[in-house]
Ligand binder design. Sequence first.
Ligand SMILES: [Zn+2]
Length: 487
Amino acid sequence: MKDFRSYIPGISDPAEFGVFERSVHKTEKGEYVFTARTGKGDRIVAERSAGFKGEGFTGADGKEYVLAENCHENGELLRKLFPFTAPSPILSKQRTVGTGDRLGIATPGHLRAFSRFDVYPVLAQQSVRELNLTERDFENVLDCASRAVFREDYTRGWGADGDHLKTPEEVEYAISCGYTMITLDCSAYIKNVSAMTDQELEAEYIPNEMLENEYLTGPVKVSDALTVEMDMKTLMQAVIIYGKAIDFAAKIWREHIKGRPVDFEISIDETDTPTVPAHHYFVANELTKRGVKITTMAPRFCGEFQKGIDYIGDLDQFRAEMKKHAAIADAFGYKISVHSGSDKFSVFPSVGELTGQHFHLKTAGTSWLEAMKLVAMKDPALYRQIHGFALENFTKATAYYHVTTDLSKIPALETLSDAELPALFENSDARQLIHITYGLILTARNVDGSLRFKDRLYDLWNTYEEDYAALLDAHIGRHLEMLCGGR
Ligand SMILES: [Zn+2]
Protein backbone atom coordinates (compact mmCIF):
# COMPACT_ATOMS: atom_id res chain seq x y z
CA MET A 1 0.00 0.00 0.00
CA LYS A 2 1.22 3.49 -0.82
CA ASP A 3 1.80 5.93 2.04
CA PHE A 4 -1.00 8.32 3.03
CA ARG A 5 1.51 11.18 2.73
CA SER A 6 1.37 10.78 -1.04
CA TYR A 7 -2.43 10.83 -1.17
CA ILE A 8 -3.94 13.79 -3.00
CA PRO A 9 -7.51 14.42 -1.80
CA GLY A 10 -10.02 14.74 -4.59
CA ILE A 11 -7.64 13.13 -7.06
CA SER A 12 -6.10 9.87 -5.74
CA ASP A 13 -8.04 6.72 -4.94
CA PRO A 14 -8.23 6.73 -1.10
CA ALA A 15 -8.02 2.95 -0.69
CA GLU A 16 -4.71 2.80 -2.53
CA PHE A 17 -3.13 5.12 0.04
CA GLY A 18 -4.63 3.62 3.19
CA VAL A 19 -7.14 6.43 3.48
CA PHE A 20 -10.69 5.56 4.59
CA GLU A 21 -12.92 6.48 1.71
CA ARG A 22 -15.88 7.61 3.81
CA SER A 23 -13.59 9.73 5.99
CA VAL A 24 -12.67 12.25 3.29
CA HIS A 25 -14.36 15.50 4.36
CA LYS A 26 -13.95 19.20 3.73
CA THR A 27 -14.28 21.94 6.32
CA GLU A 28 -16.54 24.91 5.62
CA LYS A 29 -13.45 26.74 4.41
CA GLY A 30 -12.69 23.91 2.00
CA GLU A 31 -9.77 22.29 3.85
CA TYR A 32 -9.45 18.54 3.50
CA VAL A 33 -9.62 16.38 6.61
CA PHE A 34 -9.54 12.58 6.45
CA THR A 35 -8.52 9.43 8.35
CA ALA A 36 -5.53 7.34 7.34
CA ARG A 37 -4.07 4.02 8.41
CA THR A 38 -0.59 4.67 9.75
CA GLY A 39 0.58 1.21 10.81
CA LYS A 40 0.22 2.43 14.41
CA GLY A 41 -3.54 2.87 14.37
CA ASP A 42 -5.80 5.25 12.48
CA ARG A 43 -5.02 8.95 12.60
CA ILE A 44 -6.69 12.09 11.37
CA VAL A 45 -4.82 13.98 8.66
CA ALA A 46 -5.76 17.59 7.93
CA GLU A 47 -4.61 20.58 6.01
CA ARG A 48 -2.53 22.63 8.42
CA SER A 49 -4.81 25.68 8.30
CA ALA A 50 -7.67 23.62 9.80
CA GLY A 51 -5.85 23.98 13.10
CA PHE A 52 -5.15 20.44 14.32
CA LYS A 53 -2.11 19.88 16.54
CA GLY A 54 0.48 17.42 15.27
CA GLU A 55 3.53 16.74 13.17
CA GLY A 56 3.52 18.58 9.84
CA PHE A 57 4.43 17.34 6.37
CA THR A 58 4.16 18.56 2.81
CA GLY A 59 1.67 16.55 0.76
CA ALA A 60 2.14 15.31 -2.80
CA ASP A 61 -0.05 18.24 -3.89
CA GLY A 62 2.41 20.71 -2.34
CA LYS A 63 0.00 21.69 0.46
CA GLU A 64 0.94 21.65 4.14
CA TYR A 65 -0.70 18.87 6.18
CA VAL A 66 -0.71 17.75 9.79
CA LEU A 67 -0.81 14.20 11.15
CA ALA A 68 -3.13 15.01 14.04
CA GLU A 69 -2.32 13.76 17.52
CA ASN A 70 -5.03 11.78 19.27
CA CYS A 71 -5.34 14.45 21.96
CA HIS A 72 -8.46 15.92 23.50
CA GLU A 73 -7.81 19.36 21.98
CA ASN A 74 -7.97 17.80 18.50
CA GLY A 75 -11.10 15.91 19.52
CA GLU A 76 -12.75 19.21 20.49
CA LEU A 77 -11.73 20.77 17.19
CA LEU A 78 -13.04 17.81 15.21
CA ARG A 79 -16.45 18.13 16.90
CA LYS A 80 -16.49 21.86 16.20
CA LEU A 81 -15.58 21.53 12.52
CA PHE A 82 -17.86 18.53 11.90
CA PRO A 83 -20.85 18.70 14.26
CA PHE A 84 -22.01 15.16 13.39
CA THR A 85 -18.95 13.89 15.28
CA ALA A 86 -20.33 15.41 18.50
CA PRO A 87 -22.82 13.40 20.56
CA SER A 88 -26.36 14.65 21.11
CA PRO A 89 -29.27 13.65 23.38
CA ILE A 90 -30.87 10.79 21.44
CA LEU A 91 -32.52 8.72 24.13
CA SER A 92 -35.98 9.98 23.26
CA LYS A 93 -35.78 8.01 20.01
CA GLN A 94 -37.83 4.83 19.96
CA ARG A 95 -34.98 2.34 20.02
CA THR A 96 -31.58 3.09 21.47
CA VAL A 97 -28.73 0.78 22.33
CA GLY A 98 -25.57 1.66 24.23
CA THR A 99 -22.48 -0.21 23.20
CA GLY A 100 -19.65 1.71 24.74
CA ASP A 101 -16.18 0.87 23.59
CA ARG A 102 -13.84 -0.20 26.33
CA LEU A 103 -10.85 -0.47 24.02
CA GLY A 104 -11.46 2.61 21.88
CA ILE A 105 -11.38 0.53 18.67
CA ALA A 106 -14.81 -1.12 18.52
CA THR A 107 -16.95 1.74 17.22
CA PRO A 108 -16.40 1.18 13.46
CA GLY A 109 -17.65 -2.41 13.82
CA HIS A 110 -20.58 -1.26 15.95
CA LEU A 111 -21.54 1.35 13.38
CA ARG A 112 -21.70 -1.27 10.66
CA ALA A 113 -24.34 -3.11 12.66
CA PHE A 114 -26.28 0.06 13.53
CA SER A 115 -26.37 1.22 9.94
CA ARG A 116 -28.51 -1.86 9.14
CA PHE A 117 -31.20 -1.11 11.77
CA ASP A 118 -33.46 1.72 12.84
CA VAL A 119 -31.73 1.94 16.21
CA TYR A 120 -29.73 4.88 17.56
CA PRO A 121 -26.39 4.12 19.21
CA VAL A 122 -24.82 5.39 22.39
CA LEU A 123 -21.24 4.89 21.31
CA ALA A 124 -19.43 6.35 24.29
CA GLN A 125 -20.68 4.70 27.45
CA GLN A 126 -18.26 4.23 30.26
CA SER A 127 -18.62 3.94 34.00
CA VAL A 128 -16.02 5.35 36.33
CA ARG A 129 -15.25 1.77 37.33
CA GLU A 130 -14.45 0.88 33.72
CA LEU A 131 -12.37 4.03 33.24
CA ASN A 132 -10.29 3.20 36.30
CA LEU A 133 -9.86 -0.43 35.29
CA THR A 134 -8.70 0.50 31.78
CA GLU A 135 -6.73 3.64 32.77
CA ARG A 136 -8.76 5.87 30.46
CA ASP A 137 -10.78 9.03 31.07
CA PHE A 138 -14.06 10.53 29.85
CA GLU A 139 -12.28 12.80 27.36
CA ASN A 140 -10.40 9.95 25.74
CA VAL A 141 -13.51 7.75 25.45
CA LEU A 142 -15.44 10.57 23.79
CA ASP A 143 -12.58 11.44 21.43
CA CYS A 144 -12.25 7.82 20.27
CA ALA A 145 -15.96 7.70 19.48
CA SER A 146 -15.86 11.03 17.62
CA ARG A 147 -12.92 9.92 15.48
CA ALA A 148 -14.66 6.65 14.60
CA VAL A 149 -17.89 8.49 13.70
CA PHE A 150 -15.84 10.80 11.48
CA ARG A 151 -13.99 7.90 9.85
CA GLU A 152 -17.24 6.09 9.08
CA ASP A 153 -19.13 9.29 8.17
CA TYR A 154 -21.98 8.27 10.48
CA THR A 155 -24.25 11.31 10.39
CA ARG A 156 -27.45 9.96 11.97
CA GLY A 157 -26.69 11.06 15.52
CA TRP A 158 -25.34 9.24 18.53
CA GLY A 159 -25.15 9.61 22.29
CA ALA A 160 -22.46 9.65 24.95
CA ASP A 161 -23.32 8.21 28.35
CA GLY A 162 -21.55 8.95 31.62
CA ASP A 163 -22.60 5.59 32.95
CA HIS A 164 -23.23 4.66 36.57
CA LEU A 165 -22.13 8.00 37.97
CA LYS A 166 -22.47 8.24 41.72
CA THR A 167 -21.47 11.73 42.80
CA PRO A 168 -22.24 15.34 41.79
CA GLU A 169 -18.56 15.76 40.85
CA GLU A 170 -18.68 12.83 38.40
CA VAL A 171 -21.90 14.15 36.86
CA GLU A 172 -20.46 17.62 36.42
CA TYR A 173 -17.23 16.28 34.96
CA ALA A 174 -19.01 14.13 32.37
CA ILE A 175 -21.30 16.99 31.30
CA SER A 176 -18.37 19.40 31.04
CA CYS A 177 -16.64 16.91 28.71
CA GLY A 178 -19.68 16.99 26.44
CA TYR A 179 -21.54 13.84 27.51
CA THR A 180 -25.20 13.95 26.50
CA MET A 181 -26.55 11.31 28.86
CA ILE A 182 -26.09 10.92 32.57
CA THR A 183 -26.89 7.62 34.22
CA LEU A 184 -27.21 8.29 37.90
CA ASP A 185 -26.37 5.27 40.00
CA CYS A 186 -28.37 5.56 43.19
CA SER A 187 -27.08 2.35 44.76
CA ALA A 188 -25.26 4.12 47.59
CA TYR A 189 -28.62 5.53 48.72
CA ILE A 190 -30.64 2.34 48.31
CA LYS A 191 -31.17 0.35 51.46
CA ASN A 192 -31.15 -3.41 51.32
CA VAL A 193 -34.16 -4.67 53.26
CA SER A 194 -34.12 -8.33 52.23
CA ALA A 195 -32.85 -9.44 55.64
CA MET A 196 -35.19 -7.18 57.65
CA THR A 197 -38.07 -8.62 59.66
CA ASP A 198 -41.52 -6.97 59.69
CA GLN A 199 -40.76 -5.57 63.13
CA GLU A 200 -37.53 -4.04 61.92
CA LEU A 201 -39.32 -2.51 58.93
CA GLU A 202 -41.93 -0.98 61.23
CA ALA A 203 -39.26 0.35 63.56
CA GLU A 204 -37.41 2.04 60.71
CA TYR A 205 -40.47 3.50 58.97
CA ILE A 206 -41.43 7.05 59.90
CA PRO A 207 -45.22 7.31 59.58
CA ASN A 208 -46.24 9.69 56.81
CA GLU A 209 -49.93 10.42 56.57
CA MET A 210 -49.70 12.11 53.19
CA LEU A 211 -47.98 9.13 51.56
CA GLU A 212 -50.33 6.65 53.22
CA ASN A 213 -53.35 8.57 51.96
CA GLU A 214 -51.91 8.68 48.50
CA TYR A 215 -50.83 5.07 48.12
CA LEU A 216 -53.02 3.01 50.44
CA THR A 217 -56.55 4.20 49.69
CA GLY A 218 -57.13 1.79 46.83
CA PRO A 219 -55.67 0.60 43.55
CA VAL A 220 -53.84 3.24 41.53
CA LYS A 221 -54.63 3.24 37.84
CA VAL A 222 -51.36 3.44 35.89
CA SER A 223 -52.84 2.81 32.47
CA ASP A 224 -55.89 1.13 30.97
CA ALA A 225 -54.12 -2.18 31.28
CA LEU A 226 -52.44 -1.77 34.64
CA THR A 227 -53.39 -0.85 38.17
CA VAL A 228 -50.95 -0.98 41.04
CA GLU A 229 -52.06 -1.86 44.52
CA MET A 230 -49.99 -1.32 47.62
CA ASP A 231 -50.40 -2.53 51.17
CA MET A 232 -48.76 -1.03 54.24
CA LYS A 233 -45.77 -3.36 54.06
CA THR A 234 -45.08 -2.64 50.39
CA LEU A 235 -45.25 1.09 51.10
CA MET A 236 -42.94 0.82 54.08
CA GLN A 237 -40.46 -1.13 51.97
CA ALA A 238 -40.68 1.40 49.15
CA VAL A 239 -39.99 4.31 51.48
CA ILE A 240 -37.12 2.59 53.26
CA ILE A 241 -35.46 1.12 50.16
CA TYR A 242 -35.83 4.10 47.80
CA GLY A 243 -36.58 7.19 49.92
CA LYS A 244 -33.02 8.50 50.11
CA ALA A 245 -32.29 7.54 46.49
CA ILE A 246 -35.26 9.61 45.33
CA ASP A 247 -34.05 12.65 47.28
CA PHE A 248 -30.53 12.19 45.88
CA ALA A 249 -31.82 11.93 42.29
CA ALA A 250 -33.99 15.02 42.76
CA LYS A 251 -31.04 17.03 44.08
CA ILE A 252 -28.80 15.98 41.18
CA TRP A 253 -31.59 16.87 38.77
CA ARG A 254 -32.11 20.35 40.22
CA GLU A 255 -28.45 21.23 40.57
CA HIS A 256 -26.83 19.61 37.55
CA ILE A 257 -29.26 18.38 34.88
CA LYS A 258 -32.27 20.70 34.64
CA GLY A 259 -32.14 23.01 31.65
CA ARG A 260 -29.13 21.32 30.04
CA PRO A 261 -29.14 19.23 26.84
CA VAL A 262 -28.71 15.95 28.66
CA ASP A 263 -30.73 12.73 28.85
CA PHE A 264 -31.18 11.69 32.45
CA GLU A 265 -31.34 8.05 33.45
CA ILE A 266 -32.02 6.77 36.95
CA SER A 267 -30.37 3.48 37.66
CA ILE A 268 -31.55 1.40 40.55
CA ASP A 269 -30.36 -1.87 39.02
CA GLU A 270 -27.19 -2.58 40.96
CA THR A 271 -28.91 -3.61 44.17
CA ASP A 272 -29.70 -6.88 45.91
CA THR A 273 -33.48 -6.63 45.71
CA PRO A 274 -35.32 -6.81 42.38
CA THR A 275 -37.51 -3.77 41.76
CA VAL A 276 -41.11 -5.01 41.98
CA PRO A 277 -43.56 -3.07 39.77
CA ALA A 278 -45.23 -1.40 42.79
CA HIS A 279 -41.86 -0.03 43.87
CA HIS A 280 -41.05 1.10 40.36
CA TYR A 281 -44.34 3.01 40.33
CA PHE A 282 -43.53 4.58 43.69
CA VAL A 283 -40.09 5.78 42.51
CA ALA A 284 -41.50 7.14 39.24
CA ASN A 285 -44.35 8.93 40.98
CA GLU A 286 -42.17 10.45 43.70
CA LEU A 287 -39.62 11.68 41.14
CA THR A 288 -42.43 13.23 39.10
CA LYS A 289 -43.83 14.97 42.19
CA ARG A 290 -40.39 16.53 42.69
CA GLY A 291 -40.38 17.79 39.11
CA VAL A 292 -37.66 15.40 37.92
CA LYS A 293 -37.79 14.60 34.21
CA ILE A 294 -36.08 11.38 33.24
CA THR A 295 -35.61 9.85 29.81
CA THR A 296 -34.93 6.32 31.02
CA MET A 297 -35.03 4.24 34.17
CA ALA A 298 -33.18 1.00 34.84
CA PRO A 299 -34.99 -1.13 37.39
CA ARG A 300 -33.41 -4.29 38.72
CA PHE A 301 -35.33 -7.04 36.95
CA CYS A 302 -36.09 -10.46 38.35
CA GLY A 303 -33.55 -13.15 37.52
CA GLU A 304 -29.90 -12.45 36.87
CA PHE A 305 -28.28 -10.22 34.28
CA GLN A 306 -24.68 -11.31 34.66
CA LYS A 307 -21.94 -9.94 32.47
CA GLY A 308 -21.29 -11.54 29.11
CA ILE A 309 -23.73 -14.46 29.27
CA ASP A 310 -27.42 -15.12 28.62
CA TYR A 311 -30.22 -14.37 31.10
CA ILE A 312 -30.49 -16.65 34.12
CA GLY A 313 -34.01 -16.87 35.53
CA ASP A 314 -37.68 -17.53 34.92
CA LEU A 315 -38.56 -16.16 31.51
CA ASP A 316 -42.32 -16.16 32.14
CA GLN A 317 -41.89 -14.13 35.30
CA PHE A 318 -39.57 -11.77 33.44
CA ARG A 319 -42.19 -11.28 30.72
CA ALA A 320 -44.99 -10.67 33.22
CA GLU A 321 -42.96 -8.08 35.13
CA MET A 322 -41.47 -6.42 32.06
CA LYS A 323 -44.97 -5.77 30.78
CA LYS A 324 -45.79 -3.90 33.99
CA HIS A 325 -42.47 -2.03 34.10
CA ALA A 326 -43.02 -0.90 30.51
CA ALA A 327 -46.57 0.26 31.27
CA ILE A 328 -45.32 2.32 34.23
CA ALA A 329 -42.51 3.87 32.18
CA ASP A 330 -44.98 4.66 29.42
CA ALA A 331 -47.44 6.30 31.79
CA PHE A 332 -44.71 8.59 33.15
CA GLY A 333 -43.27 9.38 29.72
CA TYR A 334 -39.90 7.64 29.79
CA LYS A 335 -38.59 4.31 28.65
CA ILE A 336 -37.16 1.24 30.27
CA SER A 337 -33.42 0.79 30.23
CA VAL A 338 -32.00 -2.72 30.40
CA HIS A 339 -28.48 -2.89 31.82
CA SER A 340 -25.87 -5.61 31.43
CA GLY A 341 -27.76 -6.35 28.24
CA SER A 342 -24.96 -8.02 26.30
CA ASP A 343 -25.69 -11.54 25.14
CA LYS A 344 -29.15 -11.75 26.77
CA PHE A 345 -30.50 -13.41 23.65
CA SER A 346 -33.35 -15.25 25.37
CA VAL A 347 -34.93 -12.00 26.63
CA PHE A 348 -34.32 -9.71 23.63
CA PRO A 349 -37.53 -10.60 21.77
CA SER A 350 -39.52 -9.96 24.98
CA VAL A 351 -37.81 -6.61 25.58
CA GLY A 352 -38.66 -5.47 22.06
CA GLU A 353 -42.21 -6.78 22.09
CA LEU A 354 -43.34 -5.83 25.61
CA THR A 355 -41.95 -2.29 25.49
CA GLY A 356 -43.71 -1.74 22.16
CA GLN A 357 -40.27 -1.27 20.55
CA HIS A 358 -39.58 1.59 22.93
CA PHE A 359 -36.47 0.70 24.89
CA HIS A 360 -32.87 1.43 25.78
CA LEU A 361 -30.45 -1.45 26.15
CA LYS A 362 -26.90 -1.21 27.39
CA THR A 363 -24.39 -3.77 26.37
CA ALA A 364 -21.11 -3.74 28.19
CA GLY A 365 -17.82 -5.33 27.48
CA THR A 366 -19.06 -7.75 24.89
CA SER A 367 -16.83 -5.97 22.34
CA TRP A 368 -13.91 -6.86 24.61
CA LEU A 369 -14.89 -10.53 24.44
CA GLU A 370 -15.06 -10.36 20.64
CA ALA A 371 -11.60 -8.77 20.67
CA MET A 372 -10.25 -11.60 22.80
CA LYS A 373 -11.91 -14.17 20.54
CA LEU A 374 -9.96 -12.56 17.71
CA VAL A 375 -6.76 -13.10 19.72
CA ALA A 376 -7.66 -16.79 20.17
CA MET A 377 -8.18 -17.02 16.40
CA LYS A 378 -5.08 -15.14 15.27
CA ASP A 379 -2.44 -15.62 17.99
CA PRO A 380 -3.19 -18.78 20.00
CA ALA A 381 0.09 -18.58 21.93
CA LEU A 382 -0.70 -15.09 23.20
CA TYR A 383 -4.24 -16.15 24.02
CA ARG A 384 -2.94 -19.07 26.10
CA GLN A 385 -0.72 -16.73 28.13
CA ILE A 386 -3.57 -14.35 28.81
CA HIS A 387 -6.01 -17.11 29.69
CA GLY A 388 -3.51 -18.45 32.25
CA PHE A 389 -3.06 -14.95 33.67
CA ALA A 390 -6.85 -14.53 33.93
CA LEU A 391 -7.20 -17.82 35.82
CA GLU A 392 -4.51 -16.74 38.29
CA ASN A 393 -6.16 -13.35 38.84
CA PHE A 394 -9.83 -14.27 38.67
CA THR A 395 -10.53 -13.93 42.40
CA LYS A 396 -9.12 -10.39 42.39
CA ALA A 397 -11.49 -9.40 39.57
CA THR A 398 -14.60 -10.68 41.36
CA ALA A 399 -14.24 -7.73 43.73
CA TYR A 400 -15.70 -5.55 40.95
CA TYR A 401 -18.32 -7.80 39.37
CA HIS A 402 -21.04 -10.12 40.54
CA VAL A 403 -20.71 -13.43 38.68
CA THR A 404 -21.33 -17.08 39.51
CA THR A 405 -18.51 -18.44 37.36
CA ASP A 406 -17.47 -22.06 37.88
CA LEU A 407 -13.83 -22.22 36.79
CA SER A 408 -13.90 -26.04 36.90
CA LYS A 409 -16.25 -25.99 33.89
CA ILE A 410 -13.60 -24.38 31.69
CA PRO A 411 -11.60 -27.02 29.79
CA ALA A 412 -7.89 -27.03 30.61
CA LEU A 413 -6.06 -25.27 27.78
CA GLU A 414 -3.46 -28.00 27.39
CA THR A 415 -6.27 -30.35 26.30
CA LEU A 416 -7.32 -27.98 23.49
CA SER A 417 -5.73 -27.57 20.09
CA ASP A 418 -5.16 -24.05 18.79
CA ALA A 419 -8.12 -24.44 16.45
CA GLU A 420 -10.37 -25.24 19.40
CA LEU A 421 -9.54 -22.07 21.34
CA PRO A 422 -12.13 -19.74 19.75
CA ALA A 423 -14.90 -22.15 20.85
CA LEU A 424 -14.07 -21.23 24.45
CA PHE A 425 -16.11 -18.10 23.75
CA GLU A 426 -19.23 -20.26 23.59
CA ASN A 427 -18.60 -21.50 27.13
CA SER A 428 -20.34 -19.22 29.68
CA ASP A 429 -17.75 -19.78 32.39
CA ALA A 430 -14.83 -19.09 30.04
CA ARG A 431 -16.63 -15.96 28.80
CA GLN A 432 -16.99 -14.62 32.32
CA LEU A 433 -13.40 -15.48 33.19
CA ILE A 434 -12.16 -13.27 30.35
CA HIS A 435 -14.97 -10.74 30.68
CA ILE A 436 -14.30 -9.56 34.20
CA THR A 437 -10.47 -9.73 34.15
CA TYR A 438 -10.15 -7.13 31.36
CA GLY A 439 -8.77 -4.42 33.61
CA LEU A 440 -6.08 -6.65 35.07
CA ILE A 441 -5.12 -7.96 31.62
CA LEU A 442 -4.85 -4.51 30.07
CA THR A 443 -2.87 -2.97 32.90
CA ALA A 444 -0.60 -5.94 33.80
CA ARG A 445 3.07 -4.97 33.80
CA ASN A 446 6.35 -6.83 33.60
CA VAL A 447 9.00 -6.33 36.29
CA ASP A 448 10.72 -3.72 34.12
CA GLY A 449 7.51 -1.66 34.09
CA SER A 450 6.56 -2.39 30.47
CA LEU A 451 3.01 -3.51 29.70
CA ARG A 452 2.70 -7.26 29.78
CA PHE A 453 -0.06 -7.75 27.18
CA LYS A 454 -1.61 -4.42 26.20
CA ASP A 455 0.78 -3.33 23.44
CA ARG A 456 0.82 -6.75 21.79
CA LEU A 457 -2.96 -6.87 21.95
CA TYR A 458 -3.43 -3.47 20.32
CA ASP A 459 -0.90 -4.39 17.61
CA LEU A 460 -2.91 -7.51 16.84
CA TRP A 461 -6.27 -5.70 16.85
CA ASN A 462 -4.80 -3.04 14.60
CA THR A 463 -3.45 -5.63 12.15
CA TYR A 464 -6.76 -7.49 12.02
CA GLU A 465 -8.98 -4.41 12.16
CA GLU A 466 -11.27 -5.68 9.38
CA ASP A 467 -11.77 -9.07 11.03
CA TYR A 468 -12.61 -7.34 14.29
CA ALA A 469 -15.18 -5.08 12.63
CA ALA A 470 -16.76 -8.14 10.97
CA LEU A 471 -17.00 -10.00 14.30
CA LEU A 472 -18.65 -7.00 15.97
CA ASP A 473 -21.00 -6.38 13.08
CA ALA A 474 -22.25 -9.96 13.34
CA HIS A 475 -22.39 -10.00 17.14
CA ILE A 476 -24.07 -6.64 17.79
CA GLY A 477 -26.17 -7.20 14.67
CA ARG A 478 -27.58 -10.34 16.28
CA HIS A 479 -28.51 -8.28 19.35
CA LEU A 480 -30.28 -5.65 17.25
CA GLU A 481 -32.08 -8.14 15.08
CA MET A 482 -33.53 -10.03 18.04
CA LEU A 483 -34.53 -6.80 19.80
CA CYS A 484 -36.18 -5.31 16.75
CA GLY A 485 -37.82 -8.51 15.59
CA GLY A 486 -36.59 -7.95 12.04
CA ARG A 487 -37.70 -4.29 11.88
ZN1 LIG B 1 -26.23 -0.99 35.38
